[in-house]
Design a protein around this ligand. Structure first.
Ligand SMILES: C[S@@+](CC[C@H](N)C(=O)[O-])C[C@H]1O[C@@H](n2cnc3c(N)ncnc32)[C@H](O)[C@@H]1O
Ligand code: SF4
Length: 319
C-alpha cells in the first residue's frame, strides 16, 4: 500500500469502484479528469493502473505529484484503503457514485451558465434547454457506500429520489451539493432513510449579496430551508463559496453567519471563470476587520484561509 501511494505511481481506486457522470452525460474517471471514457477504455485504464503504467486521463494527478504535492489520487486511495480494506481490485464492486447528469435548475447564478443550469439555457434562448439521461437506464448498486449528487439542482432532479430509494445500504454516505432554495417532499423522504447525509450548501454571501450573485434566489427562503434540512435529517452541513468580485465586501458577514450556524467545514474557492467576476475586478476598498482572521471557519479551513489571504493581500496592495 505505501508503494502505491508514493509520488509518481499510477494506481487509483476510482476507476475500479467509482462512477462519475458529468453534465454532458459523459462518463469520466472522476470529476477532475476532462476526458470522456468508454467501458472498453475503463478496462484498459484498470489494466494499466495494475501494471503501474501512466494513464493520460489522470494527468492532473500525475502533474500534481510531479510538483511533490499530494494529489487527489493519493488522498482518495488512502481513504478507501482504510475504509474498505476488503476490496478485491481484480473483481471490484461499484460502490461510489458522482452524478451530475442533469442541468435542471431554478437559478441563474452569475458565475454559472447553460451547461449546468436550464434556467440559464432558457434565458439565453438555447435550443436544447434540458440535458439529462433517462434515469431508468441508470443502475445503482443497492450496496453503494457513497453517493454524491449535484447538477443542476439535485432537489429538482426527479430521478435522484428514485435512485436513492433503490439503495439498501442505509449507512451509505449521501453528499448533496445544493443551492438550498427548493426542497421537495420526495427527496426529503428518500433521504430520511439514511444515517449519513451531508449537504454542501452553495452560499456565496448573505442577504442582498447572495441574492445578487445567485440570481432568482431568496436569502430568507434559503435560511428557512436549512432549518428544515437540519430538523428533518440531522445532516452534516458544509458551505461552499465561490470567492468573486461581488462578495468581497460581504465576507466578514458571511464568516459570522457560518460560525453562528455552527458549520465547521468551509470550502472557499477563488473564481477563475468567467473572468469579469474575478476578484481582481473589484473596484472598492477592502475593509476586512482583524476579527475575521480569528473566526472559527477561517482558522479551521486551511484552503479557505489561504484563498482569503491571497485576496486580502492583493487587494490591499492595489488600494
Ligand atoms: C454547478 S453547481 C450545482 C449544484 C447546485 N445547483 C448548487 O448551486 O449548489 C455546483 C457548484 O459549482 C459552483 N459554481 C458555479 N459556478 C462556478 C464557477 N464559475 N466557478 C466555480 N464554481 C462554480 C456552485 O457555487 C456550486 O457550489
Ligand atoms: S444553482 Fe447551481 S446549477 Fe443553478 S445556476 Fe446556480 S450554480 Fe448553477
Amino acid at each position: 500500500m505505501s508503494d502505491i501511494l508514493k509520488y509518481g505511481n499510477s494506481f487509483c481506486v476510482l476507476p475500479f469502484i467509482h462512477k462519475h457522470i458529468d453534465l454532458t452525460n459523459k462518463r469520466r474517471v472522476c470529476c477532475i479528469s476532462s476526458d470522456g471514457i468508454t467501458e472498453e477504455r475503463l478496462q484498459g485504464i484498470r489494466q494499466d493502473m495494475l501494471a503501474n503504467l501512466p494513464v493520460p486521463e489522470c494527468k492532473v494527478c500525475a502533474n500534481t505529484e510531479l510538483q511533490k504535492t499530494v494529489s487527489s489520487r493519493q488522498k482518495v486511495t488512502a481513504e478507501w484503503f482504510r475504509k474498505r480494506p476488503d476490496i478485491d481490485y481484480d473483481y471490484p464492486p461499484e460502490i461510489s457514485y458522482d452524478l451530475r447528469y442533469s442541468n435542471v435548475c431554478n437559478l441563474r447564478c452569475q458565475m454559472c451558465g447553460p451547461v449546468a443550469s436550464s434556467t440559464w439555457a432558457k434565458f439565453l434562448n438555447k435550443q436544447d434547454v434540458y440535458q439529462t439521461v433517462e434515469p431508468d437506464v441508470f443502475e445503482v448498486n443497492p450496496e453503494a457506500a457513497r453517493i454524491y449528487l449535484a447538477g443542476g439542482e439535485p432537489f429538482m432532479v426527479k430521478s435522484f429520489s428514485t435512485l436513492l430509494n433503490k439503495i439498501e445500504n442505509r449507512d451509505c454516505e449521501i453528499i448533496i451539493n445544493t443551492n438550498a432554495t427548493i426542497l421537495t417532499e420526495k427527496m426529503l423522504s428518500a433521504l430520511e432513510r439514511f444515517t449519513n447525509v451531508c449537504f454542501v450548501l452553495s452560499i456565496d454571501g448573505t442577504g442582498e449579496t447572495i441574492e445578487r450573485i445567485r440570481t432568482l434566489c431568496s436569502w430568507d427562503i434559503i435560511q428557512k430551508n436549512i432549518d428544515v434540512l437540519q430538523s428533518r435529517l440531522n445532516p452534516t452541513l458544509m458551505v461552499n463559496t465561490v470567492l468573486q468580485r461581488d462578495n468581497i465586501d460581504n465576507i466578514p458577514e458571511l464568516v459570522n453567519w457560518i460560525d453562528s450556524r455552527g458549520i465547521a467545514k468551509w470550502d472557499a474557492e477563488i473564481l477563475t471563470y468567467p473572468d469579469q467576476y474575478h476578484y481582481s475586478n473589484y473596484t472598492g476598498t477592502i475593509n476586512w476587520p482583524n476579527a475575521l482572521w480569528s473566526a472559527q471557519c477561517v482558522t479551521k479551513n486551511l484552503q479557505a484561509n489561504s484563498a482569503l489571504k491571497q485576496i486580502y493581500s492583493n487587494l490591499s496592495d492595489q488600494s
